[in-house]
Write a protein that binds this ligand. Structure first.
Ligand SMILES: *[C@@H]1O[C@H](CO)[C@@H](O)[C@H](O)[C@H]1NC(C)=O
Length: 318
């Protein structure tokens, strides 16, 4: 028996233990009609589930956490996931409804669909996550004419998100010293994108699309409006500033009377939220500032899987 024919004949079936998680970050949270339109686009495909949603009005930014399965051919390569079409439909709704030129907020961003990251869940691999990131990136270039930068496992040399963002000037506020508004860079990008044109539409901006092992997102409020102090603390707690390894931070204005340290924990099982909380508390005390207990902006991977399983079986029953 020849291997190829065996391979071809093999029936593929959905395996609900090989899952991908997508975190979809958009530059809007204040306009409910826009979020509704994006959610309606997501719901067109019942095989993909919105497991969580996080909105921040001060940042004018929202994040959806989505999950679906991924299928492989008999050689083990990923070939299909319902997530791809869902993410593209959500992006289409976002590009139709959001104009980056009219957007402002207290969180950095360079696009209407600012960032999409895929994480493997359960028995899926990082290669599966990289496969879908590249497929979605190609769709962005072809369908929306939006420049895309790939990162992490989706990038040929594994380039990290923060490196690309820094090269593009992502972290520099362009409005009132601590805010971001409109498209602030040249329309000709300083760095060639991996997909799409080198010239940007100011209304859409650019998108980052990557694949990575799980990242925990943890924010710590500081009871002070002094953003220079928040930035100093953020820098000192971060790996880049010689603080905790695998921790990335941003010190941001957060509403009328506080600031916040937004943290990405790249290895949450090694350096977790408790370590970051303690370090920020110590550094804030040195500046004479009080902080609050931080909060995760999303569920743990175990909870994400559990929610997906519950929601998908509820969908199948209805
Ligand atoms: C903000 O904090 C810095 C220390 O990081 C301090 O030098 C400065 O005076 C503070 N500004 C205000 C307005 O309190």
């Amino acid at each position: 028996m020849d291997f190829n024919s065996t391979c071809k004949d093999k029936k593929k079936s959905v395996d609900q233990s090989i899952l991908l998680c997508c975190k979809f970050f958009i530059s809007e949270s204040r306009n409910i009609a826009v979020l509704d339109a994006i959610e309606r686009a997501a719901r067109l495909n019942p095989e993909t589930v919105i497991v969580n949603k996080f909105e921040d009005r001060a940042y004018n930014r929202a994040r959806y956490t989505l999950v679906s399965y991924v299928m492989h051919d008999c050689t083990g390569s990923a070939i299909y996931s319902p997530l791809q079409q869902t993410v593209v439909s959500m992006a289409e709704a976002a590009f139709n409804a959001i104009n980056l030129e009219l957007h402002d907020g207290a969180h950095p961003r360079l696009g209407v669909v600012d960032d999409i990251v895929f994480h493997p869940l359960a028995r899926a691999s990082l290669d599966d996550a990289a496969w879908i990131a590249k497929a979605v990136a190609a769709d962005f270039g072809n369908l929306f004419n939006v420049p895309v930068y790939l990162y992490g496992a989706a990038h040929p040399t594994g380039k990290a998100l923060d490196i690309i963002r820094r090269e593009l000037g992502y972290y520099r506020p362009n409005f009132m010293g601590s805010q971001w508004a409109g498209w602030s860079l040249s329309e000709i990008l300083p760095l060639n994108p991996d997909e799409g044109p080198v010239t940007v539409s100011r209304a859409k901006g650019i998108s980052m699309i990557g694949a990575r092992p799980w990242i925990a997102l943890y924010n710590i409020p500081i009871l002070s409006t002094n953003v220079s102090a928040a930035r100093r603390i953020a820098r000192k707690v971060s790996a880049r500033g010689g603080g905790l390894p695998t921790v990335q931070t941003l010190g941001l204005v957060h509403g009328e009377d506080s600031t916040e340290i937004a943290c990405m924990l790249l290895e949450p099982n090694q350096i977790g939220a408790d370590r970051v909380q303690n370090r920020v508390e110590m550094l804030a005390a040195q500046e004479g500032l009080d902080i609050e207990k931080g909060y995760f902006t999303d569920f743990s991977p175990e909870m994400v899987i559990e929610k997906y399983m519950n929601l998908i079986s509820a969908n199948n029953r209805s």
